[in-house]
Design a protein around this ligand. Structure first.
Ligand code: PMP
Ligand code: GLN
Length: 392
């Protein structure tokens, strides 16, 4: 991408280009194995792709309703009920979005006024700070500190001020792989209720949990349903990241605020994909159960391999990412490490330092994706183990 000129709006000052694009371009340019950007090597269910093809041929080619076709909103409501016992009115409490990315943007633009503070977990997903800045909000980060990446509930409490409007939570958490446990969720709920805050919770990896980790939606905690907007995405659930179908669920005033912004962003989202994702939600729950198992094997392979190379590895409880510390290899700067990696080893990973305000904590963290074919991960590890990874 060309460098910005001073014709660019001031709004974009200080917001770096997304690291995922930058690192995928580096992988393409160098022919490196891409363990960076989180998109699966294998596409989602054939029956779902077939449904989208049928929908295209049968005329789903014009605008869909702004909040999504009812069939999909009903399927999303049924999914929330079947998995979590959450009752939703599909007409007023479900909005289909152009990926979770648009749901994040519309939620923040629809809920945050200039000067409002948004408490966000760090490391964060990179669209959060960008959207908080677009809204004129102020971010206040609460760090999930290594090596365990758990939530320090005292730090959470200390981050709340009289200007706090929103808590922006993400679990299962990208990039650390933390799945917030009941005590952590309860602490968030207590703070939200005590200070009468709205919570936006990004649960796009809701089905990608391993071992004993259980994903508990924040909206299921007592007193939370009426103040929580829950976001998810078919991209992650059904390995269809390019379709950009996501959704938001929650009480009517919060979905209305989101819709108030969404209507000016995309107006509506991919017409032909919507009936296909409705079908997926109703009939393809086996897909993510299988995906979880495959990912667990890949996780174990990648984590063991990275640990053997001398990195501090925290085995993730969820998502398809593992976050490592490369300080043990002599690197203080993960951007420098990731920039050198394609040439040294023919592998691309994501420097996580841009996901932190706290550079003491974040400077030497690197994220690796394991939603890739097992052979690709094995080849990546083999390249890494024959490379000289020590700095100097
Ligand atoms: N939230 C998190 C935590 C993510 O990792 C991603 C990346 N997929 C998104 C939101 C964006 O989701 P989508 O691709 O559906 O826009
Ligand atoms: N969510 C994906 C990741 O974390 C990437 C999405 C994107 O490239 N914007 O890797």
């Amino acid at each position: 991408m060309a460098a910005p000129t001073d014709r660019q709006a001031r709004r974009l000052d200080g917001i770096p280009p997304t690291i995922f694009t930058r690192m995928s371009a580096l992988a393409m340019r160098t022919g490196a194995i891409n363990l960076g950007q989180g998109f699966p090597d294998q596409d989602g269910p054939a029956s779902v792709i077939e449904r989208a093809a049928q929908a295209l041929h049968q005329g789903a080619n014009q605008y869909a309703p702004g909040s999504g076709i009812l069939e999909l909103r009903e399927a999303i409501a049924a999914h929330q009920h079947a998995h979590y016992g959450i009752e939703l009115d599909p007409r007023h409490e479900v909005v289909v979005t152009t990926g979770a990315t648009e749901a994040i943007a519309a939620a923040i633009l629809g809920l945050v006024d200039p000067g409002d503070e948004v408490v966000v977990l760090e490391p964060w997903y990179d669209s959060y700070p960008a959207m908080i800045a677009f809204a004129g909000g102020v971010r206040r980060a609460v760090t999930l500190r290594g090596p365990d990446f758990r939530l320090d509930t005292d730090e959470l409490r200390a981050a709340i001020t009289g200007r706090t409007k929103l808590l922006l939570i993400n679990s299962p958490h990208n990039p650390t792989g933390t799945v917030l446990d009941r005590a952590e969720l309860q602490a968030i709920a207590d703070v939200a209720i005590e200070h009468d805050l709205v919570v936006v919770t990004d649960e796009v990896y809701e089905h990608l949990t391993f071992d004993d980790a259980v994903h508990v939606p924040l909206a299921t905690l007592p007193g939370m349903r009426e103040r929580t907007l829950t976001l998810s995405s078919a991209g992650k659930m059904f390995s269809l990241t390019g379709w950009k179908i996501g959704w938001a669920t929650g009480p009517r005033d919060l979905t209305a605020a989101l819709m108030g912004a969404k209507q000016w962003l995309s107006f509506c989202s991919g017409s032909a994909f919507q009936p296909a994702i409705a079908h997926a939600l109703r009939h393809e729950s086996g897909f993510y159960a299988r995906l979880r198992e495959e990912l667990r094997g890949n996780r174990d392979l990648l984590c063991a391999g990275l640990a053997e190379l001398g990195m501090d590895v925290r085995v993730p409880e969820g998502t398809y990412f593992v976050c490592t510390d490369v300080a043990g290899l002599g690197w203080q700067d993960s951007a420098e490490f990731c920039q050198a990696l394609p040439e040294r080893a023919g592998v691309v990973a994501i420097p996580a330092q841009g996901f932190y305000d706290d550079q003491v904590e974040g400077r030497h963290k690197v994220r690796w994706a394991f939603c890739k074919d097992t052979e690709v991960i094995a080849e990546g590890l083999s390249r890494l183990s024959s490379a000289d990874l020590a700095r100097g």
